[in-house]
Structures are given as structure tokens and as C-alpha cells.
Design a protein around this ligand. Sequence first.
Ligand SMILES: [Zn+2]
Length: 298
Amino acid sequence: MTFTPPMAFAGAPLDLVENERSEADLTAFAKARKARALIMHHGQFLTKNGELVMIAPMKMVGKNIYDPGPLFLGLDGNAPIFAFSFADPVEALDMTNNANLEPLRGLAAKLDPKQLALAGRAKSLFDWHRAHKFCSNCGNQSYVTNGGVTRKCPSCETDHFPRVNPVVIMLVLHGDKCLLGRGPQWPEGAYSCLAGFVSPGETMEEACVREVFEEVGVTVQDMEYRFSQPWPFPSQLMMGLSCQATNTDITLDNKEIADAQWFSKETVRGVFNGTDTAFLCPPAFTIAHQLLQTWLDD
Ligand SMILES: [Zn+2]
């Protein structure tokens, strides 16, 4: 079995209790002594001393919260975990002394792994609700069901489930070199693994071949699945593969890629341990970083 490194936003810390999400179940969970809720406000998380602020969910009764209302994320052991998107300025909550509002990207490098997984699940679900208020089958407004993990259309009765979008991300290798690219909007000097959405009718491997050829004109073969990462910006499943290039000449698709280069293992190792400044490596919480790290460790 392939080694899977610890992956940010993952770790499956919750029992999703898919079969205990009636109104009565949700009320009992919210009133449980150990129940806790994280708080978001306009897409940011309420934090204090480097941790998510977790409050008793019943303290939110009567407060002004956005759709989808209380979101029941699941059970952490026997502690029910909820999330709220608070509509008023957070100063209206009485637990915000020394608290901050922070975006998830900034928290990714510092939250403990379990809290980061909770925050990622909450963000993906809130983003899905925000973008899917109307039935994609008949156009009527849908309503929230099962504590926020589904929606239902009152007109055509279609059930709607949260979307997860599959993306392939590739460690493209040739001898002792790997191919990294940079997007047009990226920070100066930042390079990472190539990636792209899987298209309907494609396997992961076929998407890998197509994306690498489209972006840099390089042909690849011998695709091998490595590991994956949930990526809550807004809700991708990043599926990491390695593959072998059969040619090394780069022809850029300038709309998607500003530059791409082959880097030797020695150079990448130097960048990772801080002795080489050839490029800015992807942050440690990304699957691109983990793909490169496992290649260095081979
Ligand atoms: Zn409908």
C-alpha cells in the first residue's frame, strides 16, 4: 500500500451520523452538554489564541444567522459539532474578547489538524448552500434538510447533495527532474504541480494526460495514483498522481500557465530545506507539497 502523508483538511475526525438527522435528533444534539459550534462571519472564522472559538450552540438561539441555519457537521466522539454563519458583526456575540476573524487559507498553516478538518467541511458546505439555493431541475427555491447536508425542492421533490469537484494534480517526472508550473496570478517565483478538473467521460489517468499536454505540450504515460486531499476552496477533491514524461520540450498554454520549468531533485531538495531559492515551494498544507516531499523521500 502506498504511503499516505498526513493531509491538511482531511483526517475524517467526525461521525457524520447520516441516519440521525431528524428535527428531534438535531434538537437533542444541539442541547447536549458537550455540543459545540464554530462561528463564521462573511466567509471568515472566529478564532482566539490560534484556535477556533467553539461555543454552546444553544447560545445562538434568537441570533441572526444566514442560510442554511444551524449546520450539523457530525459527532466528535460524543460531542455534537455545529457551525453557524453569523449575520451580525461578531461583536454582537458576547464571547469575542481578543477574538479575530480569519480566512481559512490563513488558518491552514496554524490550526490543529482536527479543527482544520472541521473548518474545511464547514466552509465547503456553506459555500455549496450559498451557490445552490435553487433547484437545478425546475428552478424553484429549495430548502435545507438533514441538518444542512442536503437540500430538497418542494416543487419537484428532487433531493440535492453537496458537490465535490474532482481535480487531478500531477507530479510529472523525467529522470531525476520534475515539471512545475506557475499560474498567471501567482506570487512571483511560486511554482507548483500542474493540475486541472476532470472532464465528464474521463478517468483520472486520461485527465492527467490531457491536462499536461494542454498546459505545457508534454506527453506523459505510466500514471500512478498516490493520494488525495479535500480542498475547500470551494469544494474540490485533489487526486494526486505521478506520471513519466516521454518528452521534455515545453510549449506553454499562456492562458493557464505563465511559466513551466524542469527542476532537478537536488534543486527541489534545496528549496525544501531552505538552501536554494530557485523557486517558492507550495505551502506544507497542500497536496502539491506532499507529492514533492514523497518524491524527495523516495
Ligand atoms: Zn425542483
